[in-house]
Write a protein of this length. Structure first.
Length: 236
């Protein structure tokens, strides 16, 4: 099925579709910021980022492998080209987060012994399902959510100030705040250039919806690390 909305780019359509999900994510993020003066909440946030980051490069490698099995699909060649480049950009970021967590008192043994939550597993695992059992272009919706809507330098500086934690413990989040401005534009341009059919656009859209949903659930889990009384007050 051909693209039925040639008047707008893929990303413009996606932005419009995601507006309600962005609003929900924004509300949960506000709750997180309100609780950021609890140092354990910010440490949990960094820890969750590490859990997701440790799965990122293997996930992208799986995207490339799945796309290579579809040589007749015109979307797959540019997808492979972009993802291969992005793998190099994301390599070792999980170790950067691990270094930060060690500075904040979380040993690597403790870090990797902890089982990631069901919501973290669903966030990443849904992508594996779609790329292996439907179409690897779904991953572009995941990227559009996680890297286009990235934290700013000012946002990270605010977390450091509120938490009272050492700034070095936020070095990887700060690095992403600085570099994801470039990455986000790259993702937008790549998505817009893909010769998506209408069906393939809907795959990307559904993936973005799912990603926003689970990011919101993961951040709700992070907020639960705050003392119970604090969460009751925020819910009131």
């Amino acid at each position: 099925m051909a693209n039925t909305d040639s008047a707008h780019t893929h990303f413009e359509r996606l932005t419009k579709s995601l507006s309600l999900y962005c609003a929900r994510a924004g509300a949960i993020n506000k709750k997180f910021i309100d609780l950021a003066h609890y140092s354990e909440v910010c440490i949990e946030h960094i820890w969750v980022n590490q859990m997701v980051a440790r799965a990122t490069v293997p996930l992208m490698q799986a995207v490339v492998e799945a796309a290579q099995k579809m040589p007749d699909d015109p979307v797959c060649a540019p997808l492979i080209k972009y993802i291969t480049r992005h793998i190099a950009e994301e390599t070792d970021h999980d170790q950067w987060y691990a270094n930060d967590l060690e500075l904040l008192g979380i040993s690597r043994e403790r870090m990797y012994a902890r089982m990631p939550s069901a919501n973290v597993a669903a966030l990443v695992g849904s992508q594996h399902y779609w790329l292996q059992h439907h179409h690897p272009v779904a991953f572009m919706g995941y990227l559009a959510c996680l890297e286009v809507y990235h934290p700013t330098v000012e946002y990270v500086e605010g977390l450091i100030k509120k938490s009272g934690l050492p700034a070095k413990g936020f070095s990887t989040i700060m690095e992403h705040a600085e570099i994801d401005a470039h990455h986000s534009q790259d993702i937008i341009e790549t998505l817009n250039a893909l010769p998506l059919t209408e069906e393939q656009y809907r795959i990307v859209e559904m993936s973005a919806f799912q990603t926003f949903r689970y990011v919101a659930l993961v951040m709700e889990d992070v907020c639960k690390i705050a003392p119970k009384q604090a969460n009751k007050q925020k819910s009131a």
